[in-house]
Design a protein around this ligand. Structure first.
Ligand code: GDP
Length: 525
């Protein structure tokens, strides 16, 4: 098969949602269509339940599941679909942010009762940074949800993206009748079912009385009024606007009832982008280029503490990946060869000999690879757009066992490379602060340091609001700033300068007082 053909049939995407909106359920239904699983209930939720916050067994189990469901590949109508799992629990949001750098598009699930929730907003911010195309699925129509127009307004307002409904619900909750497909001009009638899929009923003219026969007179009247309003208010759907991240097409349905899911999937394979060109430090790289290149977006330590090997997740961006080939590890400027590479098909893992742009391959690694690393056939370019985000909770690391200082340092370093948290080292006194997105991370770090490295540490809460990466066009001003704020200056893992701001108000004041200094909330600027 040619490279061009392999690229054109691939779709690599992620599903994002606030926890409980229905991501796991939708994932499962999509896999059912792909024939990748046989029955409902086979996809384990990768979320950590609240009651399990301090339950280690649960966290360890979760880590196992999250390797198994990190990437789910399946075929549907000759399209190879790679679905990348994004942990829903907000404490693992960093992991999700980075996974979003490896997808070409996303499907966003919104609960029609709750509307746009906080986690969805944050995830969309990340998508907006890269203009990732978004399809929106409004879920749980079998419940009494909010008015659909109101939901669409909320999406536009809170998520900073225009929407275009492609289907429309007919009533909701107990009286939910189904959806009308605005582009196919067909009715899909709702019957609660976990597996069955209803065929659409073609409607040539929405004013035809057959519509009344199917959904009742009042619902038909409402539908006609709604459709008229939609066609009047929303411009026609334009695929280019979707692909450039300006407009999100919207579907309505009920994932648990497998309703509206096939329509979503059929539209997805039709409009979602195949692997797209990506920026590097040198140039834009196209998937069709014959030479292989890719980057690492996720690292997962193996469960067995006796073996220190890890799985690095490689997103292939151009050319063909071949197991056993010698590739250039650009950061380390040396050749690297992987005799053991894994593909992810549904929940099976299998050895892979070759893989194509858009595919994700698991590489067994003993500590050479870090998140953000680029592999190529020789060109010294590095993929950009895989930033660290400013963490939200900070604690100082205190070593509790002087005999194990080396182990602690090594353990911390490796966990940071895995992306579990971010380490900031103060210029003064070399004090180390760990920053995380969610509090649960501290428990995971402490546990794993002990379990995998034999090191003991405690965390002392620090009064820090944000870590801001700083830069300035004027080196002298930057030096003056560093001198005046010495106690608050640290370095991140890549030795980049960071200002540790203690409060929002103080940060604002400092920003006003030092107009020559730029403050950044992601590490890439
Ligand atoms: P996630 O946290 O986003 O992965 O959400 P889940 O897929 O685990 O779903 C959360 C809950 O919502 C589960 O109890 C699902 O059964 C339920 N759910 C999912 N889809 C629907 C739906 O269409 N209608 C209703 N009523 N419940 C749903």
């Amino acid at each position: 098969m040619s490279l061009e053909h392999e690229i054109s049939k691939r779709r690599t995407f992620g599903i994002i949602s606030h926890p409980d909106a229905g991501k796991t359920t939708l994932t499962e239904k999509l896999l059912l269509f792909g024939g990748a699983i046989q029955k409902a209930g086979a996809v384990k939720s990768s979320k950590i339940k609240d009651h399990a916050r301090s339950d280690w067994m649960e966290i360890e189990k979760q880590r196992g599941i999250s390797v198994a469901t990190s990437v789910m590949g399946f075929n549907y109508k000759d399209v190879k679909i790679n679905l990348l799992d994004t942990p829903g629990h907000q404490d693992f949001a960093e992991d999700t942010y980075r996974t979003l750098t490896a997808v070409d598009s996303v499907i966003m699930v919104i609960d029609c009762v709750k509307g746009v929730e906080i986690q969805t907003e944050k995830l969309m911010e990340v998508c907006r940074m890269r203009n990732t195309p978004v399809i929106c699925f409004i879920n749980k129509l079998d419940r009494e949800g909010r008015d659909p127009f109101e939901l669409l307004d909320e999406v536009e307002e809170k998520l900073n993206i225009k929407v275009r409904p492609l289907s429309w619900p007919i009533s909701m909750g107990k009286t939910f009748k189904g959806v009308y497909s605005l582009y196919e001009k067909s009715l899909h009638l709702f019957t609660p079912s976990k597996t069955k899929v209803e065929e659409g009923i073609e409607v040539k003219d929405i004013n035809d009385t057959v519509v009344d026969d199917y959904v009742g007179e009042n619902n038909a009247k409402q539908l006609r009024a709604d459709v008229e309003l939609i066609e009047g208010v929303y411009p026609d759907f334009n695929v280019e606007d979707y692909l450039s991240g300006k407009v999100a097409p919207v579907f309505f349905g009920s994932a648990v009832n497998n309703f509206g899911v096939q329509e979503l999937l059929d539209t997805f394979i039709r409009i979602a982008p195949p692997p797209i060109p990506r920026e590097t430090t040198l140039r834009l790289v196209k998937p069709i280029e014959s030479k292989f290149s890719g980057f690492i977006f996720k690292i997962h330590a193996n469960m067995d503490p006796k073996h220190r090997n890890r799985i690095a997740f490689l997103r292939i961006c151009s050319g063909k990946f071949e197991r056993g080939n010698n590739y250039l590890h650009v950061r380390q400027a040396k050749g690297i060869r992987f005799s053991n590479a894994t593909a992810f098909m549904a929940q099976d893992r299998e050895t892979v000999d070759e893989a194509w742009p858009g595919d994700i391959v698991g590489l067994y690694d003993t500590g050479n690879l870090k998140i953000g690393d680029t592999l190529t056939e020789g060109e010294k370019m590095i993929y950009t757009g895989i930033p660290s985000f400013s963490p939200e909770i900070f604690k100082e690391v205190v070593n509790m066992d002087a005999m194990k200082t080396k182990q602690l340092e090594k353990g911390l370093l490796q966990l940071m490379e895995e992306g579990v948290a971010q380490l900031f080292t103060y210029e003064l006194g070399k004090k180390k602060a760990v920053g995380v997105v969610g509090a649960l991370q501290f428990e995971v770090i402490q546990f794993r340091l002990k379990n995998e490295y034999g090191a003991s540490c405690q965390f002392v809460p620090q009064n820090i609001y944000k870590a801001c990466w700083i830069s300035s066009k004027n080196p002298q001003k930057l030096n003056e700033f560093i001198d005046s704020k010495q106690r608050h200056i640290a370095r991140d893992k890549d030795d980049k300068l960071v200002f540790m701001a203690e409060s929002r108000a103080w940060l604002k004041m400092v920003q006003d007082n030092f107009p020559d200094i730029e403050f950044h909330f992601t590490s890439e600027f």
